[in-house]
Design a protein around this ligand. Structure first.
Ligand code: FE2
Length: 241
């Protein structure tokens, strides 16, 4: 009998054609940025993430301009797939940072609360396409078919078979040269890099705002364009710079 599947999560990916020629320079730039930071701010089993180490604006760094253009082009395609009227919105790269994962390092599960669309590009991947080098893992928080809360947890042993209707995560092995795009609020993490080599990626956070001059009602659901904001001239009696 037919069983329909509804409300799919949209995970976009594209293998960028110029990756092979662009990646060596990107890798060199990222390793240079990583080496420029002396203090390590996370645990040794966690991958080095630029956003925790003050390296979170590579979108403004000329060495990343090719990648920024790619992200812009593919995010637009992603929004078209989602049915967004592009004439009604503006898009901003809010943050972008490299992630360097060495042997037995991971990125814990999280989501990007300050953004709307997130992207990751794989600059260098040992055993490209293998889950040994650390998968991007999306966690299903909606669990629409979890008939009783907690059913299927590792403590219950009730689920006899994993099917597309009860899986609680989706794993994407990293592929060198691949760009992935997903909703920022979707929880995700990166599994351990079991290889001996370094796995390097760049993450982007993108914000959707209303386009200037949008029709009435749009501003209730989309942030008005920042160009229309007015910053406080003083906070608590202190003039803002
Ligand atoms: Fe992330």
């Amino acid at each position: 009998m037919p069983v329909d599947s509804w409300f799919p999560l949209a995970i976009y990916y594209e293998d960028l054609p110029d990756a092979t020629t662009q990646n060596p320079a990107l890798l060199a730039a990222i390793l240079e940025l990583e080496a420029s930071v002396q203090e390590r701010r996370n645990f040794p089993e966690m991958a080095w993430t630029g956003d925790l180490h003050g390296i979170h604006q590579v979108h403004l760094d000329d060495r990343f301009s090719w990648l920024v253009r790619q992200v812009e082009a593919h995010v637009v395609k992603y929004l078209q797939i989602l049915g967004i009227d592009l004439s009604k919105v503006d898009l901003y790269i809010q943050r972008a940072w490299p992630v360097v994962s060495r042997h037995q390092q991971e990125v814990g599960v999280h989501c990007h609360n300050t953004a709307h669309i997130s992207a990751v590009y794989y600059v260098s991947v040992p055993l490209s396409g293998s889950d040994e080098s650390g998968c991007l893992a999306f966690i299903d928080d909606a669990r629409q078919n979890e008939l009783s809360p907690g059913l299927g947890s590792e403590n219950t042993d009730v689920v006899a078979e994993w099917t597309p209707f009860n899986q609680d995560q989706a794993l994407y092995p990293p592929v060198e040269g691949r760009l992935m795009i997903f909703p920022s609020r979707q929880r995700h993490g990166v599994t351990f890099n079991h290889t001996d080599d370094v796995r390097v990626s760049v993450s982007f956070d993108i914000v959707l705002t209303a386009a200037a001059g949008s029709a009435a009602g749009v501003y209730e659901f989309l942030t008005p364009p920042p160009a229309l904001w007015r910053r406080f001239t003083s906070i608590g009696g202190t003039e803002t710079p």
